[in-house]
Design a protein around this ligand. Structure first.
Ligand SMILES: *[C@@H]1O[C@H](CO)[C@@H](O)[C@H](O)[C@H]1NC(C)=O
Ligand SMILES: *[C@@H]1O[C@H](CO)[C@@H](O)[C@H](O)[C@H]1NC(C)=O
Ligand SMILES: *[C@@H]1O[C@H](CO)[C@@H](O)[C@H](O)[C@H]1NC(C)=O
Ligand SMILES: *[C@@H]1O[C@H](CO)[C@@H](O)[C@H](O)[C@H]1NC(C)=O
Ligand SMILES: *[C@@H]1O[C@H](CO)[C@@H](O)[C@H](O)[C@H]1NC(C)=O
Length: 348
């Protein structure tokens, strides 16, 4: 009788080794070295091997009579892409404002889907491995700027961050950085309106250049200065069309949409903001955004859901009801990095 364990090992080897062989081919072809060997192997083994042992019995019910208790991990394994939808299952730990400790977060490990997906907070070396040789572009408003700061916080050493913080906080300007140590090229493009994003994408098309990772998001400026959700929706449709050439090109970018934050109306710092950025308007903009179908599975973007992250971190995590503590954007960065891990395997 063939033991379930032997079958499991065989299946696990195929599942782990075939993608790894393909990965070598695929990644070198694209010159995008997403994986240092160690990180890839350990994650691949953890992800594939762990859920396989119990679930193999589901495929071969005759081999073992022991009933499997982990059908949900099987679902996840069959379609690792489904892990993308569990990435925001994050819980927060807050402290009162007068206790000067910032909030912290972790994935909800009591959730068996989260457990099976094995999300990781990546350390500096792992992030370096993951982004080695990559071009990352982040475009948007101050939310995008805060996101870049949190990303660089993970990549750079503290002494390197000092000058970066100064440069990045020059208001309303672009920022370019090459981290030689990691082979990472990073661009921040100041693009407060959706049409600025479209303009930038058209520039990429013209230049026949395409970042490996493209993060964008915009909405707050439009809400404050244009205040017309219908117009916002149609500018998003234009953006969506401008992206088509990038999406059919030979090296397609990983696209992330940086959602708008939860707005705490009473904390907004001008009367104009409190009036125009009401929860009704925010809701209308949210509907406009959904209507434009930018998000997967219909569209190309994976959502970095700043709205839910900021809402769950709560009012203790913001001073002005709009910009949140670094920890919120740090969570979004880890969501993105884990999505990249998932997608890079999926693309094989
Ligand atoms: C909390 O600590 C930070 C530095 O860690 C400091 O900049 C800030 O002023 C402190 N806030 C309060 C309310 O003590
Ligand atoms: C990045 O990749 C290059 C060549 O692919 C390698 O020489 C370098 O050591 C890598 N750097 C890191 C930080 O992994
Ligand atoms: C963004 O778009 C606005 C409105 O069309 C325009 O006035 C502004 O100059 C653009 N900003 C950048 C940085 O391109
Ligand atoms: C396109 O190339 C030009 C010239 O190299 C550069 O100045 C510009 O920033 C590029 N545009 C984009 C969106 O990368
Ligand atoms: C809002 O934008 C739409 C589409 O651009 C336009 O047709 C409509 O007139 C605008 N509404 C207002 C109140 O300006």
């Amino acid at each position: 009788m063939i033991g379930a364990v032997q079958l499991g090992v065989l299946a696990a080897c195929i599942v782990v080794l075939v993608p790894m062989a393909l990965a070598g081919w695929h990644l070198s072809r694209n010159k995008v070295l997403f994986f240092g060997g160690a990180l890839f192997i350990s994650l691949a083994v953890a992800v594939h091997l762990f859920p396989y042992f119990p679930s193999i019995t589901d495929f071969f019910p005759d081999v073992s009579s022991s009933s499997s208790s982990s059908s949900s991990t099987l679902v996840v394994l069959e379609n690792r892409e489904s892990c993308l939808s569990f990435l925001h299952r994050i819980q927060w730990r807050n402290h009162p404002r007068n206790v000067n400790i910032s909030s912290s977060w972790k994935w909800v490990l009591s959730d068996e889907n989260v457990l099976a997906c094995d999300f990781q907070k990546l350390g500096r070396n792992d992030v370096g491995d993951l982004l080695n040789g990559s071009w990352v572009m982040v475009a948007g408003d101050s939310q995008a700027r805060l996101f870049v700061l949190s990303l660089l916080d993970l990549v750079l050493f503290e002494e390197e961050m000092v000058s970066v913080r100064g440069d990045l906080f020059k208001r309303h300007s672009d920022y370019h950085l090459v981290v030689d140590r990691v082979g990472l090229k990073l661009d921040f493009v100041w693009a407060p309106y959706v049409n600025n994003l479209t303009h930038m994408v058209l520039g990429l098309n013209r230049n026949h250049s395409c970042p490996d990772v493209l993060v964008m998001g915009s909405g707050l400026w439009h809400m404050l200065h244009v205040n017309n959700a219908t117009h916002y929706d149609s500018s998003l449709q234009l953006l969506s069309r401008s992206l088509m050439p990038l999406l059919v090109g030979k090296s397609q970018p990983h696209l992330f949409w940086l959602g708008m934050p939860t707005l705490v109306n009473s904390m907004l710092n001008t009367e104009e903001k409190r009036e125009k950025m009401s929860s009704e308007t925010l809701y209308a903009y949210e509907l406009g955004f959904r209507g434009a179908k930018l998000l997967r599975p219909g569209g190309p973007f994976v959502l970095l859901d700043i709205q839910s992250l900021s809402e769950n971190c709560g009012v203790r995590c913001t001073e002005d009801g709009m910009h949140y503590d670094g920890v919120v954007y740090e969570a979004a960065v880890h969501v993105m990095l884990n999505a990249l891990l998932i997608q890079s395997q999926q693309k094989l």
